[in-house]
Design a protein around this ligand. Sequence first.
Ligand code: HMG
Ligand code: MG
Length: 305
Amino acid sequence: MIPSRVTLVEVGPRDGLQNEKEPVATAHKVALVQQLAEAGLREIEVTSFVSPKWVPQMADNSQVMAGIARRPGVRYSVLTPNMKGLEAALPTAPDEIVVFGAASEAFSQRNINCSIAESIQRFAPVVAAARAAGVKVRAAVSCALGCPYQGEVSADEVEHVVRLLKDIGVQHCGIADTIGVGTPRKAQQAMERALRHFALSEVSGHFHDTYGQALANIYACLEMGIDTFDASVAGLGGCPYAKGATGNVATEDVVFMLNGLGIETGVDLDRLVDAGAFISGQLGRAPVSRVARAVLAKRGKVLAS
Ligand code: HMG
Ligand code: MG
């Protein structure tokens, strides 16, 4: 059942950098996206078209998209929570847009300022317009394994949103552990519900590594045949509306594990470590990724703690 090839969706430029307190120069964001593509990532979440009052760090969304020299074969995606976001995003020619809902009502309110039912109503015209424009549509289901406000989230709650997203024409469904509290069996149970509505190739895992469970959760999903995972270079990130949530699983860590399992990703680990070291250097800290730190130490680089 374990796939022989895995697609990694690099979310560092978006999920990672959205959480930075200090401004990150647009040129550095563009350079990061370029380096990630050069390292072999074929799916990159670049930015989000959300309210700059809510997430100031993504206010340069159009400039970042305009700055990227597109590489053939790379899918560049952006987050669009509503029609205003989509209308701003479409002129920048994204290959894919992402609508983001939640399995918990409380998180939906905090993150996108509306209920789950309202979010689906907002997404429906976004999905229709994107598809009419020939743009692929992915969705993220936040707090699928636990919520910072509600606590436990059931598989029934996950399936409820997944079904609504399928009904409005979403083509791919990401199951997200926003605060990294999920453990392997729980991850499998949520995935099993997603797979009732989406095909294996249309489901992905998005695991924040707050409690150090992300690689275990990915492995549990691999055992189910799931072959697409989000990851964030250098382990950047978190969610501004989930206090204490740390970054996604580091892409370097996932690539190292998959290399060890003999699973192809097309990603060059050394170049990926370079990209992570570049952006971490701009942010003034060492990469969070254990693998990146090990590789850099082996190269003789002295890291800040
Ligand atoms: P709202 O306030 O309910 O929206 O926000 P509104 O329609 O009432 O508009 C209010 C103001 O926002 C207006 O401006 C609009 O023009 C503006 P004003 O008249 O006050 O000057 N506005 C926008 N501006 C730019 N782009 C837009 C946009 N929409 C409205 N698209 C909204 C609703 C969703 C916009 C807001 O709640 C928001 O931006 N939230 C940010 C959510 C976010 O970015 N969260 C982080 C990403 S999700 C995530 O990290 C989770 C994920 O990684 C998976 C996981 O780990 O769980 C994906
Ligand atoms: Mg996230």
